[in-house]
Design a protein around this ligand. Structure first.
Ligand code: SF4
Ligand code: SF4
Ligand code: FES
Length: 250
């Protein structure tokens, strides 16, 4: 805190995708229980830097304010995390806010995370039903299968796992842990597994599962505690089985 009644926040800003980044400092009134999003809202109320210069409000994304929508991921004091659950009381001061570093900046703290959605399309991360006729209620899921699938279904597409992954970069084109975990989820679903073969094949080429170096950063930063490394091992085994089977089928 700048003093007991204020908090000092340094923000890495950028006016557009091709602009140069720069830092601005803000000193805002301290309130017990405030989080990074409420601090950004306070700045929006009075967008004036610590030095007294009028500036523009910070652009950022947020919606649910309870770690459900996945939109508020950013780097806070150098570590990727959700801004809505980052309490100012628990953060080292001054608080440093930066956009995710591995995604194109749209403006300030807002980045373009569409690569995740492209990756999910690549592996067909959905249950294939076309909705044109009544399929009935579908196969029953055993309670133990529901229990195994539930943690995987909690992914909020925040991209924290990709930001923290040393292998997720332009040179590898690696799809990242979230996508692999969704493959596991949809391949175990009784209707979803109709596309299992295609999903595993999609993870064999460039940027596929073999790019993972098993550093486990992903599982450390996932706000939903998704067992990502377990997903990577299980899907990796399945990919290997299918690849060997394909060799013998040739
Ligand atoms: S285990 Fe490591 S290399 Fe693999 S996805 Fe997670 S962070 Fe990336
Ligand atoms: S797996 Fe976890 S860290 Fe990765 S996108 Fe999903 S919720 Fe976010
Ligand atoms: S605002 Fe929805 S996850 Fe943070």
């Amino acid at each position: 805190m700048a003093n007991n009644n204020t908090v000092l926040i340094k923000i890495k800003r950028q006016n557009g995708p091709d602009s140069k980044s720069y830092w601005e400092e803000f000193e805002i009134p301290y309130r017990p229980g405030m989080n990074v999003i409420s601090a950004l809202m306070d700045i929006a109320l009075n967008p004036t830097t610590r030095q007294g210069k009028a500036t523009t409000p910070i652009t950022y994304e947020s919606n649910c304010l309870e770690e459900v929508c996945g939109s508020c991921a950013m780097r806070i004091n150098g570590r990727v995390r959700m801004a809505c659950s980052a309490l100012i009381d628990n953060l080292e001061k001054p608080v440093r806010l930066e956009p995710l570093s591995k995604f194109p900046v749209v403006r300030d703290l807002t980045v373009d995370r569409s690569v995740l959605f492209e990756n999910l399309k690549r592996v067909k991360a959905w249950v294939p039903i076309d909705g044109s006729y009544d399929l009935g209620s579908g196969p029953r899921l055993l309670p133990e299968d529901q229990e195994a699938a539930y943690p995987l279904s909690r992914c909020i597409s925040c991209c924290c796992c990709m930001e923290a992954c040393p292998q997720f970069n332009e040179s590898t084109g690696f799809v990242g842990a979230a996508t692999i975990s969704q493959v596991r989820l949809f391949n175990t679903h009784p209707t979803g597994k109709a596309l299992k073969r295609e999903r595993l094949s999609a993870l064999m080429g460039d940027g596929g599962i073999h790019e993972c170096g098993y550093a486990q950063n992903c599982v450390e930063v996932c706000p939903k505690d998704i067992p990502l490394t377990r997903s990577i091992s299980e899907v990796g085994r399945e990919v290997m089985k299918q690849a060997i089977g394909d060799l013998f089928r040739k």
